[in-house]
Design a binder for this molecule. Structure first.
Ligand code: NAD
Ligand code: GLY
Length: 362
């Protein structure tokens, strides 16, 4: 039985859109159908998710003049301009008009590429996000960052393009591998750390229920995460300033992902270790208590997330990789640290010596 548990809005004036969170929502045509303007739809998914969920989305759409189903190969390595071009080939061949709606059914890879396809096709058509990983439900489907990777850099080609609606069916998480669930939970914990201490304490207590995929706990965690993300995006849609706090742990994390080669560590795993480094640095500055760092390490261990930097990465390697991060501004490294649990700050005065000491102590 479909059950809508929470609805919130990303407030962006006339581009404001709803985020629906609940159980069995894929089968609920009353939520999806009103956001589809015309009678043409393009459903984009991948070979893992399509057999599990696309039929339900299709039946919730009802009778339409034209539905094109595109099933992409599974994997970050397919988030490319070539794959994007293949989407346009199908949509053009099927003669979709400007009045078509693109629906992304899958994790962040499918959501990012479909959103970018929607932003480009005929200079922009409607699109809807139906995220099926926890990471996509709490992060990538909300906020309008879309794009593909370039061989020289991740997410380097893209656009800010907001969806018409986000439909989060928590039941899809039952088929998600445990490792992917933990990686998504790392991003959930991030929201507590950057802006809501009470939420962080709740997560510390509720982690066993979340890891067991308990519905009420998951719905609560997703709602609170999306609410924080929606608030940050509404205040700074194009990352002129504040939105950067969503990148806590990401500069360290990207260095690990790049240093290890994409695919070895999941993004959420690298971000988890990166957040621990950010907390340690914050503690060295006297902003966060050492006991909080220990508590956070315990939390990550309980979530089966890595707390050690890879053995083959030293301070020099981190410094080199971090200098290339796209979050560096005019050659100055910009990092997100914590003044306290629940209070992020953006700093650009971290010295090489500070970072070398941090890595040497690990
Ligand atoms: P993903 O899309 O690769 O999904 C992870 C794996 O889970 C894939 O194998 C996928 O096929 C499978 N899967 C998805 N849903 C499933 C389900 N319900 N049951 C079983 N298997 C399922 O990875 P992700 O972690 O969802 O997203 C990572 C991507 O998101 C990266 O490309 C990253 O750059 C991007 N991202 C974007 C933003 C943004 O703001 N746009 C934010 C964070 C991450
Ligand atoms: N994932 C970071 C952002 O959306 O800004």
């Amino acid at each position: 039985m479909p059950s809508l548990m929470h609805t919130l809005h990303v407030e962006l004036g006339e581009r404001t859109y709803p985020v629906y969170i609940g159980r069995d929502l894929l089968a609920d045509s009353s939520l999806l159908a009103p956001h589809i303007a015309g009678s043409q739809v393009v459903i984009v998914s991948n070979e893992t998710v399509a057999p599990l969920y696309v039929d339900r989305v299709r039946s919730a759409l009802g009778a339409r003049q034209l539905i094109t189903e595109i099933v992409l190969p599974d994997g970050e390595q397919y988030k490319t301009l070539d794959t994007l071009s293949g989407i346009f080939d199908r949509v053009m061949a099927d003669k979709h008009s400007r009045n078509t709606t693109f629906v992304a059914v899958g994790g962040g890879v499918v959501g990012d590429i479909t959103g970018f396809a929607a932003a480009c096709y005929q200079r922009g058509v409607n699109f809807i996000q139906v995220p099926t990983t926890l990471l996509a439900q709490v992060d990538s489907s909300v906020g309008g960052k879309t794009g593909v990777n370039h061989p020289l850099g991740k997410n380097m080609i893209g656009a800010f393009y907001q969806p018409q609606a986000v439909l989060i069916d928590i039941n899809t998480l039952h088929t998600l591998p445990a490792r992917e669930l933990s990686a998504g939970l790392a991003e959930v914990v991030k929201y507590g750390l950057i802006s809501d201490q009470a939420f962080y304490r709740w997560l510390q207590e509720s982690m066993p229920r979340l890891l067991a995929c308990e519905e009420a706990a998951l719905a609560e965690a997703i709602e609170r995460s999306c609410a924080i993300k929606a608030q940050v995006v509404a205040a700074d849609e194009r990352e002129g300033g504040l939105r950067a706090i969503l990148n806590l742990g990401h500069t360290f994390g990207h260095a690990i992902e790049t240093g290890q080669g994409y695919g070895k560590w999941l993004h959420g795993e690298a971000v988890a270790t990166g957040m621990l480094l950010a907390l340690e640095l914050s503690a060295r500055r006297g902003w966060v208590a050492a006991a909080e760092v220990d508590g956070f390490r315990e939390l990550l261990l309980g979530m089966h997330l890595p707390v050690r930097i890879p053995d083959d990465m030293d301070a020099a390697m981190f410094l080199r990789l971090m200098a290339h991060d796209k979050k560096a501004v005019d050659g100055r490294l910009r990092l997100i640290l914590l003044r306290d649990i629940g209070e992020a700050c953006i700093v650009d005065d971290v010295t090489e010596a500070e970072l070398s000491d941090l890595f040497a102590a690990r």
